[in-house]
Design a protein around this ligand. Structure first.
Ligand code: G4P
Length: 530
């Protein structure tokens, strides 16, 4: 296959949803249809010991939520699909945001009984910011559901995006008969699909074919369906693929992930309608995916993914060309040539070393501590920096104090390693060594994760004390912080020695600026010092 063919058959998307809408179940069914796993249902079940392939950390198992994004690749119908699983819990939004930067489109899973929920809202906004195509899967139709028109109306008014139902549900809950495929003018019968694994065949039947419809779904359901389809057709929204590809029109599908219903139909339309890897903006230019030169950016760093491998993995999204194992590449931010050792593709916990990968793919490489989120690795002739990896300022701070002074080394090692991953911010009071450590997070669940990881991965317990600070600012390099006039402000440093100030309120920020003429404070993620 040529480079162009390989890249053209790639589809890289994220699945977004509010917890419990069915994201894990749907992901699993995709993998099942792709032949990547052998049995569904056997891997999922919060009540049992078995867990979905994408959930792997201890804390996830305990809480039954996916905290850490993982990546899965599988083949379906000639396409090579990369799914980015995003953590659904609100506290993990930051990691999720970054993961979304690595996707070219998004699948939004909605619980038919609940409609839009808070987390769906947040995630949708991030996708909309990048105008990436968004496909909606309305799940759990086998249960009592809200009126489908209501659901569409909610999507349109809340999200300001047009919707186009490709399939339309026939009833719900106990009266759920299946869906009508508006493009194919055919019925997919739920009764035929019930928990089956076989490919579901559609039954050709136009909306005018009253006798056949009566036979298939009953008179009452037929009458309702005919009315509804007339309404939809009369609403006059035309299907426009260009709008879909620019994130302005969301194709909508109805189904039941748990019962394997509506998934193939969804996959087939989705793969046809969504785009192959898109060009990526760099500072000042654009990188085309078909540029044969390799380029990628780091969107996630994860230590100790697997206890058996005590290592750190940097996840990269390939933006252009072909990656080859053993080639010389260039790390832009470190200004160094490097070979990526043991490049891997992840299938949840399973890893395999790969020899090549293409634009659209996600690879994991061992990180000896050189990478940061947003870094570029590329062909030495490119030297580009990709735009738009957001860096969120922490808003919740605690001071941590280790309990066992014999374990000082492990404490420092754990704190440093986790700090380098980027999601949890760890600071020290200047000149205190690791004696006075402050942790900053965006959501409180991250504090639980830190505590649990320090214990399980480094064998260290600590106490934590909440701090009153809510705002963090960076002090530009070259400013002597010890000479500043600071009142009720905490001065801390990150593991790279950068200086930061922690404030309780905006009043404290203003007061500090007033008392220190000429002082310029930078936003948390701002790395430029002008
Ligand atoms: P998430 O990743 O979005 O958080 O959702 P997940 O797939 O874990 O699904 C949440 C629950 O909803 C699961 O229940 C799952 O079996 C169920 N579910 C998913 N899709 C469907 C569907 O199409 N129909 C129905 N009826 N249920 C569905 P659970 O883990 O077994 O237990 P519990 O959370 O209900 O206790």
């Amino acid at each position: 296959m040529t480079l162009e063919q390989e890249i053209n058959r790639r589809r890289t998307f994220a699945i977004i949803s509010h917890p419990d809408a069915g994201k894990t179940t749907l992901t699993e069914k995709f993998l099942l249809y792709g032949g990547a796993i052998q049995s569904a249902g056997s891997v999922k079940g919060k009540a049992s010991d078995k867990h979905a392939v994408s959930d792997w950390m201890e804390i996830e198992k305990k809480r039954g939520i996916s905290i850490t994004s993982s990546v899965m690749q599988f083949e379906y119908d000639g396409f090579c699909i990369n799914i980015l699983d995003t953590p659904g819990h609100q506290d993990f939004s930051e990691d999720t945001y970054r993961t979304l930067m690595a996707a070219d489109s998004a699948v939004m899973v909605i619980d038919a009984a609940k409609g839009i929920e808070p987390q769906t809202r947040k995630l949708f906004k991030v996708c909309a910011m990048r105008d990436i195509p968004i496909f909606t899967f309305i799940n759990k139709m086998d249960r009592e559901a809200r009126d489908p028109f209501d659901l569409l109306d909610e999507l349109e008014t809340e999200f300001g995006i047009a919707t186009y139902p490709i399939t339309w549900p026939i009833g719900c809950g106990l009266r759920f008969k299946g869906v009508y495929h508006r493009e194919h003018k055919s019925i997919y019968s739920y009764a035929d699909a019930h928990r089956g694994r076989e490919r579901l065949s559609s039954i050709d039947c136009t909306i005018e074919d009253t006798d056949k419809l009566d036979e298939l779904i009953g008179e009452e359901a037929r009458a309702e369906l005919v009315d509804q389809v007339e309404l939809l057709d009369g609403a006059g929204v035309d299907f426009d693929l260009e709008k879909v590809r620019h994130g302005k029109l969301s194709p909508v599908f109805f189904g039941s992930a748990l019962n394997n219903f509506g998934i193939e139909t969804f996959l087939e339309c989705f793969l046809r309608m969504t785009t192959a890897p898109l060009p990526r903006k760099t500072e000042g230019d654009t990188v085309e995916p078909f540029d044969p030169r390799f380029s990628a950016f780091v969107f996630k760093i994860q230590a100790n993914m697997n206890k058996a491998h005590r290592d750190r993995i940097a996840f990269m999204r390939i933006c252009s060309g072909r990656f080859e194992r053993g080639e010389d590449y260039y790390h832009v931010q470190g200004d160094k040539k490097l070979k990526l050792s043991q490049p891997q593709q992840m299938m949840a916990q399973e890893r395999s070393v790969i020899d090549e990968a293409y634009a659209g793919d996600i690879i994991g490489v061992f990180d000896p501590g050189i990478f940061s989120i947003g870094d570029t690795v590329c062909d030495p002739s490119m030297k580009v920096t990709f735009e738009g990896i957001p860096n969120f300022a922490p808003e919740i701070f605690v001071e941590v104090e280790q309990i066992d002074s014999m374990k000082r080394k492990q404490f420092a090692k754990g704190m440093n390693q986790i700090a380098q991953e980027g999601a949890i911010r760890i600071f020290c009071e200047p000149n205190s060594g690791m004696e006075r450590v402050y942790v900053g997070v965006v959501g409180t669940l991250q504090l639980d994760v830190l505590e649990s990881r320090m214990k399980s991965e480094y064998g260290v317990d600590y106490r934590q004390y909440p701090q009153p600070y809510t705002i963090i600012k960076r002090v530009p390099d070259g400013v002597d912080v010890s000479k500043l006039n600071l009142y009720e402000v905490k001065w801390v440093q990150d593991f790279r020695g950068g200086n930061y100030l922690l404030f309780q309120t905006q009043w404290h920020v203003n007061h500090t600026l007033d008392k220190n003429e000429g002082l310029n404070l930078l936003e948390y993620g701002d790395t430029k010092d002008e």
